[in-house]
Design a protein around this ligand. Structure first.
Ligand code: FES
Ligand code: FES
Length: 166
């Protein structure tokens, strides 16, 4: 006779929904799980080495690189992807600001830029230009739209401060 250990099967929450990790290989990255198992293509595969930021998601509200995190490594935690940040007609202020500033060319880096900026402004809505530049310095843009991206994040900061001020 075998006794049940009573442990819950591993799962994580993605954009508010629980997802079981049963059957997910131990070596699978969070990025692979999100894109291939859940069909969430907001996070992009760029370098696969944690160096470009294209795959950025939030783990418990903190920006993290999904290409170098094992899916099982975030069991029990809450993951937000670009799809969970906002939606058409109800964009997150950072998404709206990127649209207003037309801060994209190819757009491949934008997931990472938006997710990194949103995490920064959530914890520091007063972030200075220097702070924003520093925060985004690890997110690479091959098209060179850095000026427009900086403009977008500053617009978002203004919008978020206005929304939270009494
Ligand atoms: S794809 Fe993850 S940091 Fe480049
Ligand atoms: S807009 Fe093309 S990589 Fe940034």
């Amino acid at each position: 006779m075998t006794a049940s250990c009573g442990a819950e099967p591993p799962h994580l929450r993605v954009n508010g929904q629980p997802h079981a990790l049963d059957g997910v290989p131990r070596a699978a990255t969070l990025l692979h799980f999100l894109r291939n198992d859940l069909g969430l293509n907001g996070p992009k595969y760029g370098c696969g080495l944690g160096q470009c930021g294209a795959c950025t998601v939030h783990v418990d509200g903190v920006a993290a690189r999904a290409c170098v995190i094992p899916a099982h490594g975030v069991a029990g935690r809450s993951v937000t992807t670009l799809e969970g940040l906002g939606e058409r007609g109800n964009w997150h202020p950072v998404q709206a600001a990127f649209e207003d500033a037309q801060a994209a060319q190819c757009g491949y880096c934008l997931n990472g830029m938006v997710m990194q900026a949103a995490a920064l402004l959530a914890r520091d809505p007063q972030a200075s230009e220097a702070r924003i530049r520093s925060e985004l310095s690890g997110n690479l843009c091959r098209c060179g739209t850095h000026i427009e991206i900086l403009d977008a994040v500053q617009r978002a900061a203004v919008r978020m401060r206005a929304e939270t001020s009494p």
